[in-house]
Design a protein around this ligand. Structure first.
Ligand code: FAD
Length: 402
């Protein structure tokens, strides 16, 4: 006899969503995290409108700024603003400590049991159940286990899904929060033209595969840089040089309230459902290789996992449906982003050519804005952008590939 229907290891967006959905379906679930909530997590905290559509509650108490679009800075230094005319689907920024805590509380509210400050160190799969062992040597058993424990997933490693994220399969990021005051946030990130919304600012070209960012929160800026881990050279030094110029440009000398770093995967894991286990969120490699976003996919995979677990408690063979459902939705979007990333980040010249195209061609600019605004899918944007550049700038299109 197992203690639970499912053990969910990790209570980030992926784990808390899985736990909420499974508990709502009547399953006995336990959500285990090594941290005590509220806990922080290094993150720029940008979320698309789509995230608010996925949630079955209103996260408005945790939303800091309304985001209408992007300001892209090309390697040579010009700026291109991509803002959709249709402002019905703004993005938002959040502080992860607040946002993740809300998701965690929503899992509790739905009936999930929780164990905080509990690190899972061992997972053993038996014929009819899984047994997880904690660092205190306690055991928890369940019919199923879900690895929602991020890039260093112990569930994935213990159950032989993969060994780790090496070479070009992961990105490395540094992130700091700088207190500048609400009016400075507005001055730096406010959308030109007097609209009551902010932009996410991205600088390309300083790093070979990634970007430097400035995202607005209420009175704080999230500033950071990410790069594919196998080709990054001195990300901290590159960021510091950029930061010195940024501070001079805006006449600021902010208090740094946090400064940390983390890695994230940028390739979906080959196996995400096996035996009595599922992987969700970062543990499954569900992060966009172009933008570095993982929150939408963490929540989406949690929703799929919750629904699959509901069926699997009646028939364990149905657990494998998770693979197919993720393939059709999350993985197919991530593959499109990955191919866009390969072309965009191939070399600095490609980043410059594409930024020029987004600046000079209003339809291409609209497509980038619509992608951010969730008005078009990544697949639709990729197809339309490819056709557009081939038709309007055939020379540039060829130069991107060679
Ligand atoms: C610097 C940075 C900036 C980012 N910016 C953005 C952004 O702007 N927008 C966006 O969409 N995405 C962003 N991401 C990606 C995003 O943070 C992740 O994709 C997202 O957090 C994944 O959620 P998750 O629930 O899978 O994992 P996590 O949020 O990493 O949660 C995993 C949880 O598992 C717990 N855990 C780990 N191991 C164990 C264990 N052995 N036992 C018990 N508990 C354990 C941890 O304590 C943690 O709470 C960024 C990432 C980084 C590093």
């Amino acid at each position: 006899m197992s203690d639970y229907d499912a053990i969910i290891v990790g209570a980030g967006p992926a784990g808390s969503t899985t736990a909420r959905r499974a508990a709502q379906a009547g399953l006995r679930v336990v959500l285990v995290d090594k941290a005590k909530f509220p806990r922080d997590k290094p993150c720029a905290g940008g979320i698309r409108h789509f995230v608010t559509e996925l949630l079955d509650f209103d996260p408005k108490e945790t939303l800091h700024r309304r985001i209408s679009g992007l300001a892209l800075f090309s390697p040579s230094g010009f700026r291109v603003d991509c803002v959709p005319q249709d402002r019905s689907k703004p993005g938002y920024t959040v502080m992860r400590e607040q946002f993740d805590n809300l998701l965690f509380q929503k899992a509790v509210e739905a009936g999930a049991e929780t164990k905080e400050e509990t690190r899972i160190t061992k997972v053993d799969q038996q014929l009819d159940r899984v047994v997880a062992t904690t660092s205190e040597n306690e055991t928890i058993s369940a019919k199923f286990i879900v690895g929602a424990d991020g890039i260093n997933s112990i569930v994935a490693k213990e159950l032989g899904f993969y060994r780790g994220w090496e070479g070009k399969t992961a990105g490395v990021a540094i992130e700091m929060e700088a207190e500048v005051g609400a009016s400075k946030v507005r001055e730096i990130c406010g959308e030109p033209g007097g609209y009551d919304a902010e932009l996410l600012l991205l600088w390309f070209g300083d790093l070979p595969n990634g970007y430097i960012w400035c995202f607005p929160k209420r009175s704080v800026l999230s500033l950071g840089a990410w790069c594919r881990q196998d080709i990054t050279q001195d990300i901290r030094g590159t960021f510091n040089k950029w930061f010195a110029k940024f501070k001079a440009q805006y006449s600021i000398d902010p208090e740094i309230v946090s400064d940390s770093g983390a890695r994230f995967p940028i390739v979906p894991a080959e196996e995400i459902a096996k035996g009595r286990a599922l992987l969700v969120g970062d543990a499954a490699g569900f992060v966009d290789a172009f933008t570095g976003e993982g929150i939408p996919y963490a929540i989406h995979s949690g929703i799929v996992a919750g629904s699959v677990l509901k069926d699997a408690v009646k028939d364990p063979r149905l657990l494998s449906n998770y693979r197919e459902q993720c393939r059709k939705t999350i993985i197919s979007d991530l593959m499109v982003s990955s191919s866009m990333a390969s072309l965009f980040y191939k070399r600095t010249k490609n980043m410059e050519t594409l930024c020029q195209f987004f600046r000079d061609d209003s339809y291409a600019n609209y497509l980038i804005a619509a992608l951010l605004g969730g008005l078009l899918t990544p697949k639709a944007v990729k197809t339309k952008l490819t056709r557009r550049i081939v038709r309007k700038r055939p020379g540039a299109a060829v130069s991107l590939l060679v």
